[in-house]
Design a protein around this ligand. Structure first.
Ligand code: 5GP
Ligand code: MN
Ligand code: MN
Length: 483
């Protein structure tokens, strides 16, 4: 640990501006003592680097699931003054609007177990997985512009969404102000046929069960629709596929060309490439990023459409009869203009969240009316072996611009994990434990072994102790399709 690191609260660790040349604000790591001890050295360096970005307000943050990333750590949070500050693709991530969606059913574990293989096999057949996979939606390039502008609204027009799905999606499933003209042809070519696809690696669609002994907050669980003992739910995780990746790549290059020469910005790490938010380059990226955000929402919405078909086919009831309502859809790779209290004044700020989940607390505007009293649902993946969490946003998250963790976070590189276990063996072991997994990449599966991730129980407990989000229910895996 850096010797300058100071404990400022039981779960808050601070590096002062004197830690590194160029820091404009202190860097703060949210973690328990135990999680802090396991943090990579890179997390401290990268969070301190983020603190050097022009216009950053208050603190550069890293969440308890933090680990090394491109430029920003995964788990990085930074709010910028929109007038004097910058926007940085490294603070959003290559998979723009990567996010988590949680869907209810009224089925129980007892009802699903006998059909589990059939169900997962059909999911695997119907929801495309793997690098470069394409979807069933036939979408011309001009139609794709509509997807980019409208996000989930496009899905609703095409019959892929229930009206209530949009309400249960962050920002209603569409970031306003998306401009398809800010997007390269290359990005469009990579993305227009990928709607409704999961992609590869850590993206997944998982059947989970909410067991009574895993309920932390029964009242909130009920408000979130967890009402039956051993209720089965589906959690899935994916983003904007090749499209978002290309948007990020395009603008990183654009920013590197102008950052120093045109705008005179000097930074400790080129990976933090940025442009003034109000500059033409910054605004073009923001408008293109919103296109990728909307592509991400549409992608998850079409996956939900497919998932409803699959359940309906296996259980011979309509999705409505099966109670396949959304709990929520929440992004963890975005930048957004939001209003927050800064030093006692409510003001507009540009919040970067990279591997970090928005966590609006009780009473806040911008979340569905049915969640006004509980705070927004926060959906956090653990690993395919160990379980995941549904949490609720808390008032204490004001400190982090209403942001919490997004997962358990890796403890080792993909390369390292692959050396420790073989995918086929892992699959067999999981099956013995009642978790049925389908994948088209053995190597990819090995990279995702439970031991490659931090302990999700400790990470979510840390967010609760820090007052960012409280645990509602731990969800245990039964079946999974992995990218
Ligand atoms: P990321 O957004 O950084 O790619 O990953 C999100 C988080 O999802 C990871 O930190 C990890 O905790 C979790 N995760 C990855 N794969 C799986 C999976 O197959 N199932 C579940 N439940 N969680 C996963
Ligand atoms: Mn992703
Ligand atoms: Mn993600």
């Amino acid at each position: 640990l850096p010797p300058q690191l100071r404990k400022v609260a039981p779960t808050v660790w601070e590096l002062p501006v004197s830690y590194k040349d160029g820091m404009l604000v202190p860097a703060r790591i949210i973690a328990t003592e135990g999680l802090l001890a396991g943090m990579e050295a890179g997390v401290f360096e990268q969070t301190a680097n983020v603190a050097c970005l022009p216009g950053i307000l208050k603190y550069a943050y890293c969440m308890p699931d933090g680990h090394w990333g491109y430029g920003f750590p995964i788990g990085g949070v930074a709010a910028m003054d929109p007038t004097s500050g910058v926007i940085s693709p490294g603070g959003i991530g290559f998979d723009i609007n990567c996010g988590m969606r949680l869907v209810l059913t009224t089925l129980t574990e007892e009802e699903v177990r006998p059909r589990l293989r059939q169900l997962v096999d059909l999911m695997f057949a119907r929801i495309p997985t793997g690098v470069g996979c394409t979807g069933f939606v036939r979408c011309s390039r001009s139609e794709f512009r509509q997807v980019l502008e409208k996000g989930s609204h496009w899905c609703r027009e095409k019959g892929y969404a229930w009206p209530e799905d949009l309400e249960m999606t962050e920002e209603g499933g569409c970031f306003g102000g998306a401009d398809p003209d800010a997007v390269s042809d290359k990005a469009t070519l990579r993305g227009f046929d990928q709607i409704g696809t999961l992609g590869s690696g850590n993206h997944y669609c998982e059947i989970q069960v909410a067991r009574p002994e895993n309920i932390f907050d029964a009242a909130t669980a009920r408000s979130f629709g967890i009402t039956i003992p051993n209720q089965v739910v589906v959690m899935f995780h994916c983003g904007s596929r090749g499209f978002g990746h290309q948007v990020a790549t395009d603008y990183l290059q654009s920013f590197l060309r102008v950052m120093t020469t045109k705008y005179g910005i000097q930074l400790p790490d080129r990976e933090l490439a940025c442009a003034p938010f109000r500059s033409p380059e910054g605004q073009a990226y923001f408008a293109a990023m919103k296109c990728a955000v909307n592509m991400g929402f549409a992608n998850r919405q079409v996956i939900l459409y497919r998932l409803r078909e699959v359940f309906s086919q296996i259980f011979h009831r309509s999705p409505e009869e099966l109670g396949m309502r959304m709990v929520y859809d929440v992004a963890h790779n975005t930048a957004k203009l939001e209003r927050h209290l800064v030093d006692g004044t409510l003001r507009e700020v540009l919040v970067h969240r990279k591997g970090a989940t928005r966590a609006f607390g009780p009473g806040m505007a911008g979340i569905p009316a049915c969640y006004r009293e509980t705070g927004q649902p926060v959906i956090i993946g653990g690993s395919m072996e160990t379980g995941s969490y549904l949490l609720a946003g808390e008032a204490g998250a004001a400190a982090t611009f209403f942001t919490t963790a997004h997962g358990s976070g890796r403890t080792m590189s993909r390369h390292q994990a692959k050396k420790m276990v073989r995918g086929q063996k892992l699959l067999g072991e999981m099956e013995q434990r009642g978790i049925y997994v389908r994948t088209d990449s053995w190597g990819g599966l090995a990279e995702e072994a439970g031991f490659a991730y931090k302990d999700i129980d400790l990470v979510t407990a840390a967010t609760e102790e820090a007052g960012l989000s409280r645990r509602v229910v731990k969800l245990v895996p039964m079946g999974n399709i992995k990218g």
